[in-house]
Design a protein around this ligand. Structure first.
Ligand code: MN
Ligand code: MN
Length: 308
């Protein structure tokens, strides 16, 4: 029998990688034969965590065979999951996203909570099982929480995330502000990333009603710096729209210092963005004041707008 594979979503972020590694430890302690894997390149923010801990990145996989047992962390929507997920056997999901078009043939363990990161849910699982949280696990957990909540500034952040992160920082032996800012800043160094990669770095394909959309996001310390690359970014977005038959592509450039986003929007349904936020698109771009969370401030808003 193959090992049970544990993975987060495609274009993995820090929560997806760390949560897969944490879940692997959790399942191993229960005696399960599991392996954490990943569905894409490791971003620079995650590299910072792995190098800090001197641990290897999980193995990359492209697809799974029919009947392969899998555990999903940090996602549930099939378009964001591994290729051939439809024919895999999902034994467990631990997540903190909306549940969309999710269907299995067999019963499974499913845990989802509306908290800031999957790692927050995993912390609770460790506690409920009376499992010790090592320095390494604590560092993985607190890194995932910092990453997903933008150091507690995102509206997805709950008081539970803050409370748990503070406990974890003690175990990890880190200074939250110092470590957190270094972690987030590591992720904003995108100067050597091509525009083609840039638009896929943290991209999620979602259905907004009947609209096939990709919502991509990058973090930056300077929106104007990133906007100097607008033309090339637009070229790549247009290619993606054509190749993947998309109705909408929204590329959010999120200023992690001031908590705003500038969005580049293209596609035949670009208009729903102006309607949704009551703004006018100028040169395919729009400033979204106070918007930092795709999950809370973009996807639900556009889903609502898609119904009109
Ligand atoms: Mn994620
Ligand atoms: Mn997450």
């Amino acid at each position: 029998m193959n090992k049970i594979l544990i993975f987060g979503h495609k274009n993995p972020d820090t929560d997806s990688i760390c949560s897969a590694l944490i879940m692997e430890q959790y399942d191993k302690k229960l005696g399960c034969d599991v392996e954490a894997v990943r569905l894409g390149d490791i971003n620079k923010e995650t590299v910072y965590v792995l190098e800090y801990l001197h641990i290897e990145a999980p193995r990359l996989i492209e697809s799974v065979e029919e009947g392969q047992e899998v555990v999903l962390v940090d996602h549930n929507e099939f378009p964001q999951s591994v290729n051939n997920i439809e024919n895999a056997k999902i034994t467990a999901v631990v997540d903190h996203h909306r549940i969309c078009d999710f269907k299995t043939a067999d019963p499974l363990y499913y845990r989802a909570e509306p908290v800031g990161s999957t790692a927050t849910v995993l912390y609770k699982k460790f506690k409920e099982s009376d499992m010790e949280i090592s320095k390494e696990i604590a560092t993985l957990m607190v890194s995932a929480i910092i990453s997903d909540t933008l150091l507690f500034k995102s509206p997805t952040c709950t008081s539970e995330d803050v409370e748990i992160a503070n406990k974890l920082a003690l175990i990890a032996g880190i200074d939250m502000q110092e470590y957190g800012l270094n972690l987030l800043k590591a992720g904003t160094d995108l100067s050597d990333v091509s525009e083609e990669k840039l638009i896929n770095l943290d991209a999620k394909e979602v259905m907004l009603g009947n609209i096939k959309a990709v919502i991509a996001q990058v973090n930056t310390a300077s929106i104007p710096d990133m906007m100097t690359r607008k033309e090339k970014i637009e070229q790549e977005i247009k290619k993606a729209i054509k190749d993947r038959n998309l109705d909408l592509f929204l590329f959010a450039i999120t200023d992690i210092i001031n908590s705003n986003s500038q969005a580049i929007v293209l596609g035949n349904k670009a208009d729903i963005v102006s309607g949704a936020y009551h703004v006018t698109l100028e040169n395919n771009t729009v400033f979204l004041e106070g918007v930092v969370s795709r999950k809370k401030q973009i996807i639900p808003v556009l889903t609502e707008a898609s119904k009109k």
